[in-house]
Design a binder for this molecule. Sequence first.
Ligand SMILES: [Zn+2]
Length: 147
Amino acid sequence: MRCPFCDSSQSSVIDKRAVKSSGEIRRRRECLKCHKRYTTYERISAIELLVIKKDGRKERFSKEKLRSGIIKALEKRQASEKIDEIVSKIEKKLWDKGRKEIESRFIGQAVLSELKKIDKVAYLRFASVYRTFQNPGDFRKELEHLT
Ligand SMILES: [Zn+2]
């Protein structure tokens, strides 16, 4: 990223905002050399986003993996036509974070909060996969809460 006024590569970010679902991030920068301000548009591609798993290992974010988890949860449910909508909503949430690494837990929770809004059964199915193995008590509480 170079300053359009003096070509210096030293700048500080003064404001960061995610725009559009495309994953484009708008940043206001201030050049550390000439102190002029300018705006950059940067793109974080899906390939660059790393997911940090529970055991600390990292893997590349996979939209297909996300989609297949949601498809499984919504199997034979009426809301299944909403799969694409949920996938892009979650992707947008990830981009809005503007980070290059994200905990798998964050993705799981994003999926849960979307499913909860549209289909309680799908929500529970997904929750059982994502949560029970970790904490069976939580899942029971969740069930009692919904029924
Ligand atoms: Zn400059």
